[in-house]
Design a protein around this ligand. Structure first.
Ligand code: FE2
Length: 282
């Protein structure tokens, strides 16, 4: 039976043992994993040897899977898998996000029904760098001064995939742009499963608090961005061969450190959707 072997972050992030990511996982283990996922927001599976079909089959036990809008970076055999990689094949990158630093973001905060989870498997790692930091946005919200909580609760903000791509990635095609226009989301999100409230914003994509003077919005966002990555809310994951990380994308954001461009890094990600009735952030 899957069990916690180590707590890694202050209030979140646990390493688990006695589990192999495979289609043969037991029903009891899936129930336990879902429970740990909600409670600890981040689960680290060590020493996994998984195929793409194992990754997809296992991920399906956790929810329906998203086919990412960046279709040029999907696995040719398993389109539920997005490649995050700087590996080149036939003169083109097989994956998204190359080798540069990638700033803090929630995956898919720019979609009307953003994914609630991602499962990221290390396929090929550089000897140094390329770490992933996660921030616990539930704790970040809880510990805000009351007057700030009051000021931001009930508000929405603009989320822009375009802004993120400008800063950290490459532009989308016209067709992809149409599928990912700027949208508004609640600035404080109620978790669809636990009911806990979390800051739902990120430096990479949140550009403006709605119905707020632009200068005041800028100052508030800068304050919240700085607040939400204070060391007590952050867990820094240094990847090891065989690692797989499942995170709660409704209440944690993440960033990636840069690595040497002469080294190859290849990660494989599935993106897990919320049940239909809980899919729209509120
Ligand atoms: Fe991401």
């Amino acid at each position: 039976m899957v069990s916690i072997s180590k707590q890694l972050g202050k209030d979140f992030a646990v390493e688990v043992s006695n589990i192999k990511i495979s289609p043969d996982v037991t029903e009891d283990d899936i129930i336990e994993i879902k429970s740990l996922w909600s409670q600890y927001k981040l689960i680290i599976f060590r020493d996994q040897e998984i195929t793409e079909t194992d990754l997809v089959s296992f991920s399906r036990y956790l929810g329906d899977l998203e086919i990412h809008v960046r279709t040029e970076y999907l696995s040719p055999e398993n389109p539920e898998i997005l490649y995050v990689s700087n590996v080149m094949e036939n003169g083109r990158p097989i994956g998204i996000l190359s080798d540069n630093e990638v700033g803090w973001h929630y995956d898919q905060i720019y979609l009307p029904k953003p994914a609630v989870g991602s499962l990221l498997a290390a396929h090929l790692l550089p000897p140094n760098g390329g770490n992933t930091e996660f921030s616990d946005m539930t704790s970040a919200f809880k510990s805000l001064p009351e007057e700030v909580k009051e000021k931001i609760s009930g508000r929405t903000a603009t989320q822009s995939y375009e802004a993120f791509n400008k800063a950290f990635s490459v532009p989308t095609s016209q067709e992809q742009k149409k599928k990912s226009p700027d949208i508004e989301q609640p600035l404080v999100r109620t978790h669809p499963i636990t009911g806990e409230r979390a800051l739902y914003l990120c430096p990479g994509m949140t550009t403006q608090i709605s119905d707020m003077d632009p200068l005041e919005s800028r100052e508030m966002l800068d304050y919240l961005f700085e607040w939400s990555v204070r060391p007590e809310f952050v867990y820094d994951h240094q990847w090891k061969t065989g690692d797989c990380v499942l995170w709660d994308n409704a209440c944690t954001m993440h960033r990636r450190g840069a690595f040497d461009s002469s080294e190859e890094r290849w990660m494989k990600r599935t993106t897990i959707l919320a049940p239909e009735e809980l899919a729209i952030p509120f």
